[in-house]
Write a protein that binds this ligand. Structure first.
Ligand code: FE
Length: 276
């Protein structure tokens, strides 16, 4: 069957909010406008050169039932959790944390000035893996392969692009690319048919069946290739796609399970010290 090109279904703009001990960020998925895009539960963008926006960090807090993937474009953060893992994240690195049956972790800035910029994605775990042992995987910038081409490059964090496979170890099918287009040009990204996917433009703008300005997330329909072109020089976007789980989702703050009862159980376990 010939490949079919994906269209953009609609655009979403994030909302300004604050989380942790007072970190100012933009919530793009996990907001009233886009509650989730199966298997993705949340996408936050943080970006500021004002320490007041990030210095408070995220002191110890719990998670259960999914994975958090933090991609630092700029800045330094340190991670510590009750599974005994400690990691340092710096410019261009990725922190891949599997909360599984539960961790309590902190995510704190390791700098008191300068630019901090990046994304945190919450990636759901399938029902049979929600209570697996927690895990933690630091991926430094030089461990992320880069596919270079005339006028641009693609950093492959997870999944495969043009024969290059990223270091991410998802529990279900998932692709995470950071695409840099230095000049006005086209790019085609093959995505597994039926996976849900989105692009988020964080510099410049792109056009496909519709235009996507900076600071907007475009939800793609489910076909094969995504084809777009940069409308201006120095355009940058992340492209994330994943196999939908098609399972019930019960959310309760830092816990994402399949039923309300399981979420209540997570709160109970946390309060009684049985989580993490
Ligand atoms: Fe967290």
């Amino acid at each position: 069957m010939p490949k079919e090109t994906r269209n953009i279904k609609y655009l979403v703009e994030g909302i300004q909010t604050s989380d942790g001990a007072g970190v100012n960020l933009t919530r793009i998925i996990g907001s009233p406008e886009l509650n989730m895009l199966d298997p993705f539960l949340l996408l936050d963008e943080f970006g500021s050169d004002n320490p007041n926006d990030y210095i408070a960090g995220f002191p110890p807090h719990p998670h259960r039932g999914f994975e958090t993937i933090t991609y630092m474009l700029n800045g330094k953060f340190t991670h510590e959790d009750t599974a005994g893992n400690k990691g340092h994240l710096s410019d261009g690195g990725v922190q891949w944390m599997t909360a599984g049956k539960g961790v309590i972790h902190s995510e704190m800035p390791e700098q008191t000035e300068g630019l901090v910029r990046g994304f945190q994605l919450w990636f759901n775990l399938p029902k049979e893996k929600k209570m697996i042992e927690p895990a933690y995987h630091d991926i430094q910038s030089d461990q992320i392969p880069v596919v270079e081409f005339e006028g641009g490059r693609v950093k492959v964090i997870s999944g495969t692009f043009q024969g290059t496979t990223g270091p991410g170890r998802p529990h279900t099918g998932m692709m995470y690319l950071d695409i840099h287009l230095d000049s006005k040009q086209d790019i085609t990204v093959p995505i597994a048919n039926d996976w849900n996917g989105f692009v988020y433009v964080y510099e410049g703008s792109i056009s496909a069946n519709i235009g996507v300005p900076k600071g907007h997330l475009a939800v793609l329909d489910t076909k094969d290739d995504f084809l777009c072109s940069s409308s201006v020089e120095n355009t940058r976007l992340i492209l994330v796609a994943g196999e939908p789980l098609n399972e019930p989702v019960a959310r309760g703050g830092p816990f994402v399970m399949n039923t309300k009862g399981e979420v209540l159980q997570a709160f109970e376990d946390y309060q009684s010290g049985r989580l993490g």
